[in-house]
Design a protein around this ligand. Structure first.
Ligand SMILES: Nc1ncnc2c1ncn2[C@@H]1O[C@H](COP(=O)(O)OP(=O)(O)OP(=O)(O)O)[C@@H](O)[C@H]1O
Ligand SMILES: [Mg+2]
Length: 512
């Protein structure tokens, strides 16, 4: 019985394990990437030195995985980005960048300004009555939401006027309008009571406020802090301090990538509409500030590549309304920080569609890396492949561990694929997404059969399911082309939506 998990990177001996259960999975996310030594080495440098990366290679070789692992190697964000109302010109809100320690200090002092919460029973009796916690008639405490005392069933605040049948309502309305913060209170109740108290021989103002089932007590210090906060211009947090350092922008639209200002049907009217600063939305480039901006299938980005280029160079990018029809179009926030590490990924054949100035920015301040598709078939790489099997099983979470014989079968398949796909002998494939698929289907078979481990037989059976359709056609019909023509029978042809167009084109043309 093996108790300690085996670190196969340090001791690459497959004989020391009985199943994937015995294999240690590294904590460092970059150590989980196998066979891409160069890419991993340069990713570590990129994380430390804040360099960009372009990962070039076929699907399923670990490009996305590396970009994510790199982001996990970055220090935590140190800045929060906010937009601040500009009283002189609301359509030009300011940007404000706050350091982590300032954000924390602000949070603490805000909590301080919030005052102390006390039980209504601990408040002076007249305060508890005025705020609607205590019944004036019988002295019972209840929720300020109840207008009538649950004990004596009478109006808690007492009879306001005995001559007017609507006295309670009028009195209520009157008090609500007088008390500045009265909107949330029930008629006849105050939302806040201001009194004075003596402390250290000095008289000071003290405010009691209704706060749900509790009463908030604000002393002189707390009141001053609150006044300070009210003086500061209103603001909105655009990119919070606590955020994911990995931002995936694949398939993002222009507004998702660069930010936007939402439309307001009232055109940001001071009292009806939403003020412009509140409608500012960050783009992926801003959300990736201090983190990684990852773009898969880079060439599909088309003309948007230019904006990435500018953002990378300036490390700041304005946010403006991108729809000319929208009221947001007149709003613009300049200099919004976007200091990200750019990681782009693409296939070899797409390489030439990447904007050359963008490529030169990457290579001028980072690295272009061609991913490996195979690795040498040696003891340590076979051990790495076993580590990969353990990882895939652990990520999936729904399949059992793989026995040693199953691991060997997977290694054999990796060897076979290196040969047929990449024409390499003495090599193991690194097209690992597909190999992961094989492990999962074998795992499903083990589960269906009620077996405790994934065994060699499950891998063999799964291999039958896991063959690409083209390979299956070739086997059945001798060649892919023959399969194509054999598959189209006359009746199927007629059912094809293009049949009449294809076959009767000449007749069709006669009608025109
Ligand atoms: N080098 C590797 N080491 C370990 N696991 C890998 C590796 N490459 C791929 N995998 C496994 O395959 C999955 C898919 O890999 P990933 O998404 O990184 O591929 P990709 O190169 O980004 O592919 P695509 O071009 O299709 O986006 C990973 O989540 C991981 O489970
Ligand atoms: Mg990917």
């Amino acid at each position: 019985m093996i108790e300690e998990k085996v670190d196969l990177r340090r001791e690459p001996d497959l004989n020391s394990i009985q199943s994937t259960f015995d294999i240690a999975i590294p904590n460092d996310p970059l150590m989980r990437v196998i066979g891409q030594e160069e890419a991993v080495k340069l990713s570590r440098i990129a994380a430390k030195q804040r360099r960009h990366l372009l990962l070039v290679g076929p699907p399923g070789t670990g490009k996305s995985m590396i970009a994510q692992a790199l982001a996990l190697h970055l220090p935590r964000p140190t800045e929060e980005i906010r937009v601040v109302h500009n009283p002189e010109n609301p359509e030009r809100p300011f940007v404000e960048v706050k350091k982590a320690e300032d954000v924390r200090r602000e949070l603490e002092s805000r909590e301080f300004a919030e005052g102390e919460l006390i039980d209504p029973k601990d408040a002076p009796i007249n305060v508890a009555e005025k705020l609607g916690y205590r019944c004036k008639n019988c002295g019972t405490y209840s929720s300020p939401k109840d207008r009538y005392c649950p004990k004596c069933q009478r109006l808690k605040i007492g009879e306001i006027s005995s001559t007017n049948p609507f006295g309670d309502l009028i009195g209520g309305l009157f008090e609500v309008t007088i008390g500045a913060a009265g909107i949330s209170g029930l008629p006849g109740m105050n939302d806040r009571v201001t009194t004075t108290r003596k402390r250290l021989g000095k008289e000071e103002v003290i405010v009691f406020e209704r706060c749900g089932e509790m009463i908030r007590v604000l002393d002189q210090d707390a009141l001053e802090k609150r006044r300070e906060f009210e003086k500061i211009s209103p603001r909105k947090v655009l990119v919070p301090l606590e955020r994911n350092p990995f931002v995936l922008a694949t398939g993002a639209s222009e507004t998702e990538l660069l930010g936007d200002v939402r439309h307001d049907p009232y055109g940001g009217h001071p009292s009806l509409g939403t003020p412009p600063y509140e409608r500012v939305v960050p783009g992926a480039i801003h959300e990736a500030h201090e983190g990684v901006l990852f773009l898969d299938e880079l060439p599909h980005l088309g003309h948007l590549q230019r904006f990435i280029l500018t953002a990378m160079q300036e490390k700041r990018f304005p946010i403006s309304g991108r729809n000319p029809q929208s009221a947001g179009a007149s709003v613009r926030v300049d200099n919004v920080p976007c200091d990200f590490i750019f990681v782009g990924a693409c296939n070899i054949q797409d390489l030439e569609q990447i904007l050359s100035p963008l490529r030169s920015r990457i290579s001028g301040n980072g690295y272009e890396i061609l991913m490996e598709t195979t690795m040498e078939d040696n003891e340590s790489n076979r051990a790495l492949l076993a580590q990969f099997v353990a990882q895939e099983i652990s990520i999936d979470g729904r399949i059992p561990h793989a026995s040693r014989s199953a691991i060997d079968a997977i290694i054999n398949e990796a060897r076979r694929r290196a040969k047929i796909i990449d024409g390499k002998t003495n090599a193991l494939t690194l097209r690992l997404r597909e190999l992961g698929g094989l492990i999962r289907s074998a795992g499903d078979l083990a589960i269906i059969n009620g077996d405790k481990f994934i065994e060699e037989k499950h891998i063999k059976a799964a291999l039958k399911h896991c063959r690409p359709a083209e390979e299956q056609i070739k086997d059945r019909y001798g060649s892919y082309q023959r399969g194509l023509s054999a598959d189209i029978t006359t009746s199927q042809k007629e059912r094809s939506p293009y049949y009449f167009w294809n076959e009767h084109r000449d007749q069709d043309q006669m009608f025109h």
